[in-house]
Design a protein around this ligand. Sequence first.
Ligand code: NAD
Ligand code: UDP
Length: 333
Amino acid sequence: MRHIDIADRLPSRASRTALVTGGAGFLGSHLCEALLHKKYNVICLDNFFTGDRSNVEGLLHSDKFEIVRHDVTVPVQIEANEIYNLACPASPLHYQASPVETTKTSVLGAINMLDLARRLGVRILQASTSEVYGDPTEHPQRESYWGNVNPIGSRACYDEGKRCAETLFFDYHRAHGVPIKVARIFNTYGPRMHPNDGRVVSTFIVQALTGQDLTIFGDGTQTRSLCYVDDLIRGLVGLMETDGNVTGPINLGNPEEVSMAELAELVISLTGSRSHIVRRPPAADDPRQRRPDISLADEVLDWRPTVPMKVGLGRTIEYFDALLSQRAPAVFP
Ligand code: NAD
Ligand code: UDP
């Protein structure tokens, strides 16, 4: 197999450039910030479909940071030393509202970014997802599990788009020697989630802070494993920095599993809210349980989450509290 990883011949980090697609989104904005801290030049490429300029406002004064407004479904020529491909709506509410665009973003976006990586001869990391496991029949989920996805359901645009993107990453690697890194990210939460994105953490917190009922879909026994954003970003950067022969896929997530009913109670208690909990009909094809087996990340990246759920939720509550009272976001030093 021909490898074109030229990382060893690249300039030092201080003069290296990272391209982050989806950089104005929730995870992307934290990644841009972390890379700036590591002295990279950072190009944030985004079409602002679900992301927002305000997420990276605090970075704009840095001369090492720039934003390019662009849609990843269209080819682009940009010089960079490594590429993080995060562009894709991630909340079920967002991707189900624009299913065709979501599949296009995953598939055409992967092709365009892989072509760019191939032309430049640089590493490319794909933000894949636990959704490639669908509604899993194995628990916890290891990377060797092939998944259980309904290909024609309302979640398929996201799940199958991401599965196809993984296929493309491995085919570009096998056929063209493109150095790839594939992270399967499990539910991640934290500051800069969109307040109306319908995801469970942002929704419960906003509901609790504004005195609305917390809406549990189904009976609330379905589980998720929630990872705080700082832990996740450390894992992504760590994966990008691994040896050229480490491709993944590799699970990144917090194995601490919680039911949605427990989460609702916890948010009410942490916010001191007087809100009530109400039941709503279950969401279509909603996975019953989800927990990563992170032994591979532990072994290969020496990575494991460090932020306990109560601490992470506390920081996220603080963020939404400030946002709802219109206080200014923190500025990157
Ligand atoms: P997000 O919606 O906040 O961010 C996605 C970003 O991609 C937004 O800024 C959006 O404007 C941009 N984007 C969407 N379509 C685009 C296009 N065609 N061209 C250019 N930019 C486009 O979501 P997020 O939670 O930050 O997720 C980021 C990535 O991580 C996604 O690829 C998602 O699938 C993956 N991921 C996230 C989670 C999670 O829990 N947050 C879990 C698994 C995987
Ligand atoms: N959920 C819920 N109430 C809400 C939003 C979500 O009970 O207001 C549930 C949803 O049905 C799912 C879980 O919380 O079982 C996580 O949903 P989210 O959209 O955050 O992520 P995903 O389903 O993509 O893991």
